[in-house]
Design a binder for this molecule. Structure first.
Ligand code: FAD
Length: 202
């Protein structure tokens, strides 16, 4: 996964931080994330997105994300044992055979999995970016989008320490957890992690 800050515009407005954030814009490129992850990203509405097309781009030997939890798993189906990679390879061959049979790519892509990687460019203003980061750096967020959010936050902290030093999950940003019964209960650990953000993701 690659996360790049392509461009930013932070106007020289003094005073009200909310106003400054509203008029700031940040454009990120995220490459090599799964479609499962990009689907979660685009649920954030006050933003603009441009995503690699599966209608026009041929997915030959399609790249895919492997979650750690399935990496070493083997599953038996009707007496035969399959790995995750076996299934991906089969899907890839089936997709390519459909395209060779002149099935339009926009239809052949129906067999492609959520794991298939994608590239997406998006622009958010500062207010929305902070909303996104508060939700998606939390341990309640799914691991892949959380990884994206933490990488984004690391870049933003380096470029604009004063704007982003207090940003992280709600337990860090607000000082208390908003997740109720679903809280991870690790507020202390999270606060320590998001104060420095130098270690590997926890
Ligand atoms: C841990 C987690 C689990 C999730 N699980 C699920 C799930 O199981 N199923 C599911 O469907 N989704 C799920 N989601 C996605 C979630 O439902 C939202 O779609 C996502 O968080 C983006 O919406 P948002 O309101 O947070 O903020 P954004 O869309 O980023 O918008 C930011 C804010 O702008 C304002 N806003 C934006 N658009 C409008 C509008 N049209 N009208 C009024 N105000 C607006 C609101 O104040 C909003 O909070 C999950 C999200 C998280 C973080």
């Amino acid at each position: 996964m690659e996360v790049l800050l392509l461009s930013e515009n932070v106007p020289p407005l003094e005073g009200n931080l909310k106003v400054l954030l509203r008029h700031s814009h940040f454009t990120f490129l995220v490459d090599g994330i799964s479609r499962a992850c990009s689907h979660q990203l685009v649920r954030h509405r006050p933003a603009s997105y441009s995503q690699q097309s599966q209608r026009y781009v041929a997915m030959k030997n399609f790249p895919y994300v492997i979650p750690e939890s399935v990496r070493k798993k083997k599953v038996e189906i009707e007496g035969k044992t399959y790995s995750y990679n076996d299934v991906m390879m089969f899907i890839g061959k089936f997709y390519e055979a459909l395209v060779e049979e002149e099935v339009p790519k926009e239809d052949a892509r129906f067999v492609l999995p959520n794991a298939c990687t994608t590239r997406i460019v998006f622009t958010m203003n500062g207010e929305e970016l902070i909303h996104f980061l508060r939700l998606r750096t939390c341990t309640r967020a799914q691991w892949e989008i959380r990884k994206v959010a933490i990488k984004m936050l690391k870049i933003l902290r380096e470029k604009h320490p004063s704007l982003f030093k207090s940003v992280g999950p709600n337990c860090y940003y607000l000082g208390y957890c908003t997740e109720g019964k679903k809280s991870c209960g690790r507020q202390k650990e999270m606060k320590a992690y998001f104060s420095s953000l130098c270690k590997e993701m926890i």
